[in-house]
Design a protein around this ligand. Structure first.
Ligand code: COI
Length: 360
């Protein structure tokens, strides 16, 4: 058997012609930042060409899956600079994920500088068209060659970047979601509230089942009763109850109770809603509330770094379509999506520490 090494290295230049056809995570910029952990300490992080890396077949990540990652974006601002959104928050969550997975914690300043360096080196690859951005993916994995069942003593930290447009297939902007009742994503005490690769590995089969039935994304329910909404496959979940025109609109999202990921887009949406004076309630949200056409839920949307703010069109399940919410984003979803787009591109005020500007 031969391994085609070209499959592992596919940098491609973003260009105005490509914008709108980039998809998600299919092309990469020319450089990465890499650092190694061994003998109890980190090597200096260095900028390197994007190319295949050499790994022992016994590397522990291949056998036991000790791996964590982050996701953040750089956006093109009107003045031509690139704005990196919430890098410091990602650095903090990366440390928390590392601690949960028995991995060494990367200093936050090293993380942030690595992200800044990758964006700065290939800043020409930050797309400028609406809906496009440079997705930055820091990852850390166990690299010690060993089959011993314990935490690795060696790790690799990498930051790769990918010019992207729509997260969903065929540029879908409104999504159909499939409520999964048979499988669960996370239970208390597990790893659901950290960003480890295994959470996503174990979820692929559910995503595939959803897609096979014509849906865009899976909607996970709680592990105990299979009744309360947790999060989508790669985004947090929000519902709007009431309506803005009669002053009753309220934003509802499940609380961070140990099984869902504390998303930075989630946190941003909560801030943006507060700025608009929309009341926010973090409480358990039953699937029945989302699907009851006579109930108080008027809008549902997903929020995540990769997907942005994605309005939900349909909620379905194994018995078929449970609720059609509408073919257009609801007014609260549309307003928050517009606010988000303005903040990340520097067109509306950001909170302290949200943006790092990289000259264009
Ligand atoms: C993100 O939204 O950045 C994520 O990491 C979720 C997914 C792409 C795995």
């Amino acid at each position: 058997m031969t391994v085609d090494e070209d499959q592992t290295a596919r940098p491609a230049a973003a260009s105005p012609e490509l914008e709108g056809r980039l998809g998600f995570g299919a092309v990469f910029t020319r450089h990465v930042v890499a650092a190694r952990y061994a003998d109890g300490g980190w090597s200096g992080a260095t900028l390197q060409p994007f190319e295949a890396i050499s790994l022992s077949p016994a590397s522990m990540v291949l056998h036991y899956g000790q791996a964590i990652f982050e996701g953040l974006k750089a956006f093109r601002a009107a003045d031509g600079s690139a704005l990196i959104f919430r890098a410091a928050d990602c650095a903090r969550r990366f440390r928390r994920s590392a601690a949960r997975m028995g991995m060494p914690e990367l200093p936050e300043d090293v993380f942030v500088e690595a992200v800044r360096a990758v964006v700065a080196e290939d800043v020409d690859q930050v797309p400028s068209a609406p809906g496009c951005s440079l997705y930055v993916r820091p990852v850390m994995f166990a690299a010690e060659p060993s089959l011993a069942v314990r935490a690795s003593t060696e790790y690799v930290f990498l930051v790769v970047a990918s010019p992207v447009d729509s997260f969903f297939a065929a540029g879908r902007t409104m999504i159909d979601v499939f409520a999964m009742r048979e499988l669960i994503r996370a239970a208390r005490g597990g790893t659901g509230d950290v960003k480890c690769a295994g959470n996503y590995a174990a979820a692929m089969v559910a995503k595939s089942a959803a897609v096979a039935q014509g849906y865009d994304e899976v909607l996970w329910l709680d592990a105990v009763e299979h009744r309360y909404v947790e999060e989508f496959g790669a985004m947090n979940c929000f519902a709007v109850t009431g309506r803005p025109d009669d002053g009753t609109a309220t934003l509802v999202t499940p609380p961070l109770a140990g099984t869902i990921l504390p998303g930075h887009t989630r946190a941003t949406v909560l801030t943006l809603a507060a700025r608009r004076g929309i009341p926010v309630v973090e409480r358990p949200l039953a699937l029945d509330e989302l699907t009851d056409p006579d109930g108080s839920v008027t809008e549902v949307f997903a929020a995540g770094t990769a997907a942005g703010i994605a309005p939900v069109r349909t909620v379905g399940g194994s018995e078929g379509v449970l609720r059609k919410l509408g073919d257009e984003p609801g007014p609260v979803t549309a307003a928050l999506a517009a606010d988000y787009a303005a903040v990340v591109r520097g067109a509306a005020p950001a909170e302290d520490g949200w943006l790092i500007r990289v000259p264009g």
